[in-house]
Design a protein around this ligand. Sequence first.
Ligand code: ZN
Ligand code: ZN
Length: 744
Amino acid sequence: MTTTATWDELLVGDEVAHLAAEPAREARTVPVPDSLQPTVREALARRGIEELYEHQADAYAAALTGGNVVVTTGTASGKTLSFNLPVLDALAADRHARALYLYPTKALAQDQARALGELGVAGIRAAIYDGDTPTERRRQIRGWANLVLTNPDMLHIGVLPRHDLWGDFLHNLRFVVVDEAHVYRGVFGSHVANVLRRLHRLARIYGAEPQFLLASATIANPAELAHALTGEEATVVENDAAPRAERAIALWNPPILDAGLGLRASALGEASRLLAGLVGRGLRTICFAKSRKSAELIHRFAAERLDAATAARLAPYRAGYTPQQRREIERRLVEGDLLGVTSTDALELGIDIGDLDCAISVGFPGTVASLRQQWGRAGRRGHGLAILIASEDALDQYFMREPAALLERRVEAAILDHANPRVLDGHVAAAAFEAPIDEGDVATLGPETLERAPHVPELRSTARGWVWAGKDAPAARVPLRSTSPDAFLVVDASSGDVLGLAEQERAYSTVHEGAVYLHLGRQYLVRELDLQARRALVEPFDGDWYTQAKKETETSIEEPLRVERRLGLELSFGRVAVTEQVVGYQKKAAADGSTLDTVPLDLPATTFDTEAVWFVPRPHQLEGLETMPLLLSSLHAAEHSLIALLPLWAMCDRWDIGGLSTNLHLDTGGPTVFVYDGHAGGVGIAARGFDQFEGWVADTAELLTGCPCERGCPSCVQSPKCGNLNEFLDKAGALTLLGRMLAT
Ligand SMILES: [Zn+2]
Ligand SMILES: [Zn+2]
């Protein structure tokens, strides 16, 4: 029995690109296993848990065999209990046993600590150990707690280098829990994979062999991710047996204003219209936007559409709120006092606000996993509505025309590369600091560590193995979110807060003087880029323009690693050097993308090594396109649209990928398209493109075929990050080339 779908009358018109219904699903449960420790059974019983979902029981059973486990089931499927059961069971049975829980953010660690406290299993002593833990508490936690919750940064800098203080804990370490494992991908994941290997090695040195229990959002490659992160095989548990609410799904495409130019109405306006319509019907709705400014505009426009009393039941929700303010909003939402909330992605990761009626995602949030997490909010009383409102971005528009790519196919893979020397070397140094590295460590640290050791300065080869000969602890010099230790600090000049890091190879194009810089959904204007101090000073910015850097790019092939005949041409994957020089930037109006100003910049060229996939089309594939500038324009348009769709295959951001197309490349001797990993050394993005080339090209051709524009638009061949400011793009030529490749 479901309530009347009072949203039906809103879901009409040309804007509805696709409607789907996901049926409700009954839970599949099994009795709580008898083998569980009595204290755990009692705690479950007190919480009214008499049965387990099948996947929870499967995960428990898999962990009992002593192996590693990765659980990848949907949002709100009780993943937490899947890894808590074996851990709590082991800790309850053996008072010496220890477990370490890893969370990507402090807030998530706090949520988990609270949940464990509420479960109240006798004998479980859980404690958070992070940067906020007072020094005087730290020693106490190390000695007292048998379940420690922390984050990768603390483990990397605070725990592993001081392992002597953790000797007892490491000696008894039975479980390492890695929750939200899909977050550990790309650069961050490549680092965390090394941190976990260092942890594993130290545990062995202290005589322990911990099991890794991972939990991830639904991705295409859970076993591969578990292996990449830990270096170990893991049993995959993916049979989701949790009940699911019946859910209506709507893909919503703002109306076309100018078909030839591919210009559409604003997604924010559509969002406010839907939000007001749903809230006006008394439906509790959350609306996710990509930036704080967007969230606030949606809130304001929606309020303007409603009467004062209903408008008062709308609120924006910000990451910058104090915990008290947030809890107040969460409470009002759960109690139904608030009807509509607009938020940035800050809410996305697991914070518990209960079920709502509707969830609106404004713009594809970058990964299907994130979108599913946002949509997972909708389903109160067994019935929910989930909406994706498309932005003009090519991937969004692709989904509007190919809904199956979003709703059915599972192509998104979480990828990382722990062996990227730019990432690995810092951890080799850190590992040597922690204990001399010898042959025996290959099993945990991997063979690459010994291969890199001779190349790491300040390491000495001794009879005991490779030892650290430097002065300070090297881990502190290795930031986990960058592939270069000399990244630029981005500092808010108004508060002195460090907002983040800009990797060396991207600093000049993202935080040059005058750039509008987006961080956690907030806009900042870069006041100064200090090349000596490696620091960008920024200030909060409320203007209605954005910036696009103009740059000159060159690539040179260092070493082809794989060359194959694919789609009728020679496809290569290998190492390249990319040289970029940012020569200026354009200020563009947020409203319509029109150019307001062009400003020259005088910045040095930067060169970095990375991985790329490249191809040289065969003459017959270019027939009729040989003249200039048509040749270049066709290759350039193909490059842009390929880059736009690669995140569908490799879980990453368009901004993680670079490209170059040329009518004549010196190394290949012919017209060439390069798509390269934007992170020095590469984190697996280009490699995934090589592996999935046929599907990737097919998707891209579909994107171009389906776009209703005449000559190319932001939804197909134009790129918001083109260093040539989207000059020389020929959509028809690109489609001809890709079509001939696929026809091979
Ligand atoms: Zn188009
Ligand atoms: Zn371009």
